[in-house]
Design a protein around this ligand. Structure first.
Ligand code: SF4
Ligand code: SF4
Length: 269
């Protein structure tokens, strides 16, 4: 019998886009991830996940409680954590539920930029006073390993690869922002197909121009992710290939830059 790893997927201040992205996992498919052995001899048992579970109310809250009591589960948090009064689940504040779940988790995965860094809900003026998961746990003095998988949304491979890595080897090597180096170890700019234009000083002046997108606000030189190598949408394309500058969606500064598609102070670093 394969060893089973219970997983609880909590959704805080989020749009569910991270869940949708992960559900589009191509290899393995999400069906393989949820029903088969993710790695030989081990499979995950998704106990609680608001976007896809069919149950609701007391039935699912009881399952959540049982899983929590049994301990030793992987906690996935999608979304930032709002201050009390701005989000409830099972008639309790999101803050208190995450606090309880975090205490008994064996590892915590912060999925998406909102969970990892605050992201869009934390955008100025942060009306619901959200915190990233790491900041929230610090605030509550809860010491647990947290793996950040930022992105707006994150690539499905970043998530599935990280969970497979946890099952096989434990926590993967992380960078200074707690991101797996495996996926966030290189600058977009290092592998960008428009890099030869940058090196020759040929810059696009408007969208759809040939050339490097730096002067249209591309954050590739300051953004760490493997999008140019991995590609998105089942390998079809990625932001810059599609003519859009990288907006730095995996970095803590996202989205509070001066403008997403304009040259900013950040580009003048
Ligand atoms: S488009 Fe962006 S990532 Fe690509 S070379 Fe230009 S500045 Fe670098
Ligand atoms: S290219 Fe930049 S904006 Fe696009 S997904 Fe990758 S990190 Fe995010």
């Amino acid at each position: 019998m394969p060893k089973e790893f219970p997983v609880v997927w909590f959704q805080g201040a989020a749009c569910s886009g991270c869940a949708i992205s992960v559900l589009n996992s191509l290899s393995p498919t999400i069906k393989n991830v949820l029903l088969d052995e993710l790695v030989p001899g081990k499979h995950i048992n998704l106990k609680f996940m608001p976007t896809i579970m069919t149950g609701s109310g007391k039935i699912v809250m009881d399952i959540l409680l049982e899983t929590q009591k049994a301990k030793d589960y992987i906690l996935i948090v999608e979304g930032a954590i709002p201050e009390n009064g701005f989000g409830d689940i099972g008639e309790k504040s999101m803050e208190s539920v995450v606090e309880e779940l975090a205490e008994d988790a064996s590892a915590i995965v912060s999925l998406g930029s909102c969970s990892a860094f605050g992201g869009i809900p934390k955008g100025n003026p942060n009306p619901t006073k959200v915190k990233s998961v790491e900041k929230f746990l610090d605030f509550k003095n809860i010491k647990k390993p947290v793996i950040n998988i930022p992105g707006c949304p994150p690539h499905p491979d970043w998530f599935v690869g990280t969970v497979a890595n946890i099952l096989l080897f434990g926590i993967p090597e992380l960078d200074e922002l707690s991101r797996p180096r495996l996926f966030y170890g290189k600058l977009i700019h290092e592998n960008c197909e428009r890099r030869p234009y940058f090196d020759k000083g040929k810059f696009a002046k408007k969208f759809s121009d040939e050339g490097c997108l730096y002067e249209l606000g591309c954050k590739g030189p300051y953004t760490n992710a493997d999008c140019p190598i991995r590609s998105w949408n089942s390998g079809v394309n990625w932001c810059i290939q599609n003519g859009s500058p990288c907006i730095g969606c995996v970095e803590p500064e996202f989205p509070d830059l001066e403008a997403m598609y304009k040259k900013t102070k950040w580009n003048n670093k």
